[in-house]
Design a protein around this ligand. Structure first.
Ligand code: HMG
Ligand code: MG
Length: 304
């Protein structure tokens, strides 16, 4: 299959997902799930974040998670950092990718990291430089690329401005986040019209949440525009504390089912992911929002 048919999934469930789950999960359990997800074929996975445990207690002890995971060469463990203090924690581990995060919406950024967009860019300047000096790859997230819970619709030009600032810092990859899951394909196309001329498809990822059930359609639009990296969460874990009703990331299971049907290759084993997703849902005592996950579980029950 041609390289154009290869899609990389960045599994964000153990960070973006668990950071929003009410049930706390031990570092040991998080590491076990990480290892199982690697075994199922993922090559890029978020292991957690080095943020204030007062703000996000679910992500405390990410250093322990990092110490307990194992991965073959070529499989990347990724962590989120908001500032140099977080970077110090991340650099004390063997995390391969360091992710910084800001937003296209001023109000959301204030709520999330307690500073303006401009201040966040200044905060990231030494973080990006030091991470790269240490030989780590750097990813940057932009949240609220289509809509914001406080400001409503976000114009693509605003996302383009933040994109330019992050590229100037020297980040390797940009992940465009529809944080509250309000985007539709037409809006994704308008966003990519503004951003693709600045960055090119190979440095871009789409990060879709599924609040309005449009994430699969949005990913399909991204594929049509040449995007080949998508962030997904096993069992659609997560939500957004700043947007009432916002759901988690699009489920890895649902995206894998789409990609298989469209002839894309990921190296990730869908039935294995569905089993891990079901296990995580049992552990967290929550419904499985993945339609594909539920369908596969029902089929497995029938076969027993
Ligand atoms: P602050 O209160 O403005 O900063 O928080 P501060 O520098 O005054 O620090 C406050 C306290 O936090 C101090 O402790 C610091 O030492 C400590 P105290 O003196 O009160 O005991 N602190 C830290 N502790 C551990 N690790 C650190 C760290 N930094 C300071 N790195 C700060 C600013 C950024 C720290 C805070 O707002 C924070 O941690 N926010 C986390 C936000 C977060 O994790 N949000 C979720 C991730 S973003 C996301 O999910 C979106 C994404 O998925 C894409 C999408 O969907 O759009 C990526
Ligand atoms: Mg997210």
């Amino acid at each position: 299959m041609s390289a154009d048919n290869h899609v990389t999934l960045v599994e964000v469930g153990l960070r973006d997902g668990l950071q929003n789950e009410k049930t706390p999960v031990s570092a040991e359990q998080r590491a076990q799930w990480f290892n199982a997800l690697v075994h199922a074929g993922h090559t890029r996975l978020e292991a957690g974040s080095f943020v204030s445990p007062k703000w996000v207690p679910q992500m405390a002890h990410t250093d322990t998670v990092m110490a307990q995971i194992s991965r073959p060469p070529g499989v990347l463990a990724e962590v989120l950092v908001p500032n140099e203090r977080g970077l110090d924690g991340a650099l004390a581990t063997d995390a391969d990718v360091i992710s910084v995060f800001t937003a296209a919406s001023e109000s959301f950024n204030q709520q999330n990291i307690n500073c303006s967009i401009a201040d966040s860019i200044e905060r990231f300047r030494p973080v990006v430089a030091r991470a790269r000096d240490a030989g780590r790859r750097v990813r940057a997230y932009i949240s609220c690329v289509v809509g914001c819970p406080y400001e409503g619709a976000i114009p693509p030009t605003q996302v383009a401005r933040v994109t330019e600032q992050l590229l100037a810092l020297g980040v390797d990859e940009l992940s465009l986040g529809d944080t509250i899951g309000v985007a539709r394909p037409r809006e994704i196309h308008a966003l990519l019209d503004a951003v693709l001329p600045l960055v090119g498809g190979s440095q871009l990822a789409l990060h879709c949440h599924d609040t309005y059930g449009q994430a699969i359609a949005n990913i399909h639009a991204g594929l049509a525009r040449g995007i080949r990296v998508f962030d997904t969460a096993v069992a659609g874990l997560g939500g957004c504390p700043y947007a009432r009703g916002a759901t988690g990331n699009v489920a890895t299971e649902d995206v894998l089912y789409l990609l298989q049907g469209e002839g894309f290759e990921t190296g990730v084993d869908l039935p294995a992911i569905a089993r891990i997703g079901a296990d995580i849902c049992r552990h967290l005592e929550r419904e499985n929002p993945s339609r594909t996950g539920r369908a596969l579980a029902a089929m497995q029950k029938e076969m027993v």
